[in-house]
Unconditional design. Structure first.
Length: 172
């Protein structure tokens, strides 16, 4: 076997070993571990780290912190501050301010307009089930009022029958 092939195999074996050992991701995991250590010191993230460090740290949040702690929320908030581009999904997706990217308004009808205007677009809005129940209550009140008015009108129209002459003759 020629020496060139032996050295090529040796270089490939060393490259494969380096790839399996994770030579490149070691720096990413160390900065994420440093970020988590920074939070564990005092419950705050005092330093500024690169964006990939926050994302790696979000993937490495310990189970007890997911259930009981605020590490995930604090990392997400810190990532939002670093990115400054809009809200960040805790599952590492950066959401833009434009929503789905379509700026065209579609005419979807009256009920869609009401739902968009009054519906749960934010924490300040009125929940849709409450709107439905309120509308149903107004309909029931209107039906009760209409029934009351109909009975009142019928009572005014009903005239008692005039006394007949036969009844006055029978008494004698």
């Amino acid at each position: 076997m020629p020496r060139f092939v032996k050295s090529l195999i040796l270089v490939l074996a060393v490259g494969a070993a380096a790839a399996t050992m994770g030579v490149a991701p070691a720096s990413a995991s160390t900065c994420s571990q440093a970020l988590i250590r920074d939070w564990y010191n005092d419950g705050r993230i005092d330093g500024t780290y690169e964006v990939h460090c926050y994302r790696e740290a979000l993937k490495e949040v310990p189970e007890d912190q997911i259930v009981y702690g605020t590490l995930r929320d604090d990392l997400t908030r810190a990532l939002q501050n670093v990115v400054g581009n809009g809200p960040v999904d805790p599952h590492m997706k950066i959401l833009g301010k434009g929503g789905n990217g379509s700026s065209k308004k579609k005419d979807r009808g009256f009920f869609a307009w009401v739902a968009d205007t009054l519906g749960p677009g934010s924490a300040d809005s009125i929940p849709i089930p409450l709107l439905v129940l309120g509308g149903l209550a107004l309909l029931l009140l209107a039906a009760a009022g209409a029934s009351f008015l109909a009975r009142r009108i019928q009572a005014r129209r009903a005239q008692p029958a005039p006394a007949t002459a036969h009844s006055s003759q029978r008494r004698k």
